[in-house]
Design a protein around this ligand. Sequence first.
Ligand code: ADP
Ligand code: ADP
Length: 237
Amino acid sequence: MLQLNKLTKQYATGDLALKAVELEIPKGQVVALIGPSGAGKSTLIRCINRLVEPTSGSVDLNGKELTKLGSGALRTARRRMGMIFQEYALVERLTVMENVLSGRLGYVGFWRSFLRRYPQSDIDEAFRLLERVGLDHMADKRADELSGGQRQRVGIARALIQDPELLLVDEPTASLDPKTSRQIMRLICELCAERGLAAIINIHDVALAQMFVQRVVGLRLGEVVYDGPPNQLTPDT
Ligand code: ADP
Ligand code: ADP
């Protein structure tokens, strides 16, 4: 379903962040992307939704070549890519419910969410998602009243209300303590399993990746250096 073909990114500074990366992720599979800082993990995720423009190669999602889309079609395609961020990217002055609903507008529209009236069906769906992530009792709290783990749960619900074809998850636990990190990783992986949703989770904590995913892709200096089950990883991969 997701296919990267010879995906290459060279920044204007000359840094070759991705070198002809080949990667295929079937429907429903969760992949942890690991590797040292500077390996190209964020660049890879951002080339998929084209927050970063690849230099060459292609990204194909369910038969659509994302690398060829014009800006209108790209906006539509991005609505089906749920993003989850390290720093949550919530709108602090909005409520939990409003933050979740803002996912309906897709990636570019978060800040406009409060200007918009949502149909009851969206509100019902947002409430069901909040129940699933364990935050239904906090729907009316403002985002800035939440703990880190609670914020990330809102981020997860906001990504899922987009009815994504793919989840792009960039260091979801990097700002959380170890116990909360495990809870968040478990929740993301359970939800992917429930929904048959594919995900790429960029994560620097190898042990945490090993606990929850069946496939690990190791990136180093822009190249795939490992692709397999987590239990065959060696310390220097
Ligand atoms: P990771 O997420 O694995 O830490 P990145 O994708 O952030 O890796 O970075 C990969 C390489 O690309 C690094 O050498 C980094 O310095 C470089 N890089 C990342 N973003 C930019 C940018 N906006 N401009 C120039 N170089 C960049
Ligand atoms: P991470 O390692 O979590 O991916 P970084 O701290 O490397 O994040 O990068 C933070 C931001 O700076 C990103 O937007 C990234 O694209 C940008 N960046 C990273 N490396 C460079 C670089 N060498 N030159 C310019 N921008 C960079």
